[in-house]
Design a protein around this ligand. Sequence first.
Ligand SMILES: [Zn+2]
Length: 213
Amino acid sequence: MYEAEKREIIKAGLALKEYKLISLSGGNVSMRLPGNHILVTPSGMAYDGMAEDDVVVIDLDENVIEGERRPSVDSIALVHIYKHMDRVKAIIHTHQVYATAIGMLFDEVPKAVTTLANACAGVVKVAPFSSAASLQMGIEAVERLGDANAVILKNHGVITVGSSLKQALYAAVYMEDAVKTYFIAKAAGNPEILTDGQYQEAIEVFKDYGQKK
Ligand SMILES: [Zn+2]
């Protein structure tokens, strides 16, 4: 079941590789379907060559509904986020290098560029350290996401969320670009960042961006 959605999951995983947000089998991609079935990538498998049957269907209690593979070890945290945030229909977890690095320096991602505000729809906070594959990772993420589509897990990686996989993917890609831009500016001098007002304005503007159906 859910063949089309499973293909979407694999496509997003391959996009993470294309944008250099993961290495080898790192990170995971998941999506909530009606009835609270969660599609999640399997534990420890590279996205290259991943087939639809490798994507696991679980419920909010982490029971496997369909699939032979072991679901991502982070499923306990992912399920916690889905349970506590109705608006979240998709989650991407990466170990993207630049955003993870900035989490070691700041409590929130500097408001460097408008695209960060556009894609993340809020200020991106840094959650305190929690181990991978722990419930705490999900608890910390829920506490700091607020209305935003991204949170950084200190000394670990990034979680992005959205009302669609596309939204979660855009948050991950644009945040990485924003942080790279910040580091380049910082290496050359003292960067001027956006004011709170300018950042907020960029969030608002983007709500009306794109194609209307
Ligand atoms: Zn991880």
